[in-house]
Design a protein around this ligand. Sequence first.
Ligand code: FES
Ligand code: FES
Length: 161
Amino acid sequence: MPAEHILSLLVNGEPVRRLVPAHRSLLDLLRDDLDLTGTKHGCDVGDCGACTVLVDGVARLSCITLAVEMEGRDVRTIESVAQGDRLHPVQTAFDKHVASQCGYCTPGIVLALIALLDEDPHPDDDTLKQTLGSNICRCTGYTKILAAAREAAGRGEEGTK
Ligand code: FES
Ligand code: FES
């Protein structure tokens, strides 16, 4: 197996072509090679969700994904979510409910929720909690994050109860 591969993919809608080592993670490709540092480096072993990105619209942990697996794929990071000054509705809900503190977990959670809501625009609480359970937040205690998730799911009136 060659030690390096020429990789072609879309990142945030832009074509990218790079020579990458076979062992390079998607996370390192994004952060170190493409300077897309909105994707966070947490545990590096698939446990915390901080490195979540969208691959063909599906949430994926970039720390345990090899860059070379992304040949021909459509990768979206948090940098692509807002359109200019216009936040994505999930980001607006986070803002409204003050669901970020240090913010380290926020990009991964926002992308995980976007992937969920694209599949199921009105998930129930069990589904929201299951999704949020894959993303570790050390700061908020999740109450405000759940309120933001409910808001984004069209149940803002349920607030934090
Ligand atoms: S850094 Fe990828 S799951 Fe923690
Ligand atoms: S806001 Fe700090 S880890 Fe979630």
